[in-house]
Design a protein around this ligand. Structure first.
Ligand code: G3I
Length: 305
């Protein structure tokens, strides 16, 4: 196959990109998007500050532009994200306790209900664990409402959209030896044992020198999958260039392909110039939209599955 989506589809997987609504009018951008991908994640448009800028006042215009672009072409949509310590609107940042808990649950319910039937997978909760060696939950206003805030969010999402897969999504959870990875693993294990509705775990996979790809990634993916959840690579980008970068992309794709429940890969942007990173060349297409070595390695890996 000659495109990422078609190549991934040979094994029933999707290949997606993070998309910004304001770039859908950029012809060079949409040419690549429409040719290569069959899944989208709104990069910012479904975050809490975007969808509920004032309490109980919901705005879905920018997110809808992306969702409609995808659904009209038969693609999947990954919803990102319903509950997060970051990108909270001003009104929510100032809340705590029961009022915040109820506001969070109302947000989950309202947004998941609005998009019911349209979302393949929701990042219900994003980045709730601390970096480093503690294995602890990240301190946040949401965490301070009680340790059960994550399962409460998942239960609300399930009630609002029973057909969507519900994911926990995080970064620095790719290396199997890291305390953060193990802590998330134990949470998912506990949720499965107690019947808390969780269907998938997203591994962001923003790789750079400080947070490097490790070949035990495959062990991480297969270990989580063995708990009875799908695993997805949700925000892939890899700093570097040339053959080294291409080889890392190839390894990541091969790790996903080796795990039957790794059912999709999303890159966090299309061209290097679309990346959230302020420097570097972490994506599959250069600033002019040309395919990089990393693209070819990714396509070849998908085709050899
Ligand atoms: O759109 C406004 C613009 O109107 C304003 O003038 C400008 C000045 O600050 O800000 C613009 O918004 C920025 C937005 O990106 C769109 O470019 C925000 O400041 C900026 O904080 C935001 O950054 C996003 C970041 O998440 C924070 O939410 C990045 O685009 C996005 O790629 C990044 O994505 C995250 C995932 O959601 C979670 N995992 C990590 C990943 C990378 O950080």
């Amino acid at each position: 196959e000659t495109t990422l989506a078609a190549a991934a589809n040979q094994s029933g997987r999707y290949f997606g990109a993070a998309v910004a609504a304001n770039k859908l009018s950029d012809g060079a951008y949409t040419t690549i998007l429409n040719r290569e991908f069959n899944s989208v994640t709104p990069e910012n448009e479904m975050k809490i500050d975007a969808t509920e800028p004032q309490q109980n006042n919901f705005t879905f215009g920018n997110a809808d532009r992306i969702v409609n672009h995808a659904l009209s072409r038969g693609w999947k949509v990954r919803g990102h994200t319903l509950a997060w310590h970051s990108q909270q609107p001003e009104w929510m940042r100032n809340m705590s306790g029961t009022a915040l808990r109820n506001a969070m649950l109302n947000h989950v319910t309202r947004v998941a209900t609005y998009y019911r039937g349209k979302i393949d997978s929701w990042d219900v909760v994003n980045e709730a664990f601390e970096d480093g060696n503690s294995g602890a939950r990240r301190d946040s206003n949401l965490q301070r409402t009680g340790n059960d805030w994550i399962e409460a969010a998942f239960r609300a999402a399930r009630a609002a959209d029973p057909g969507a897969k519900l994911c926990y999504n995080d970064y620095n959870t790719d290396n199997w030896t890291w305390a953060k990875t193990q802590a998330v693993y134990r949470m998912v294990q506990d949720f499965k044992q107690r019947g808390v509705p969780i269907d998938c775990v997203g591994f962001q996979s923003h790789f750079n020198a400080q947070s490097a790809y490790n070949s035990n990634y495959r062990t991480t993916l297969s270990s989580f999958a063995a708990l009875g959840v799908d695993v997805q690579i949700t925000e892939l980008d890899i700093e570097g260039s040339g053959t080294t970068q291409a080889n890392t992309y190839r390894s990541v794709v091969n790790d996903c392909l080796a795990v039957p429940r790794c059912n999709g890969i999303t890159v966090w942007g299309i061209r290097d110039s679309d990346s959230w990173r302020s420097y570097g060349t972490p994506l599959l297409f250069d600033n002019n939209g040309n395919k990089k070595q990393a693209y070819t390695a990714t396509l070849d890996a998908l085709n050899s599955a």
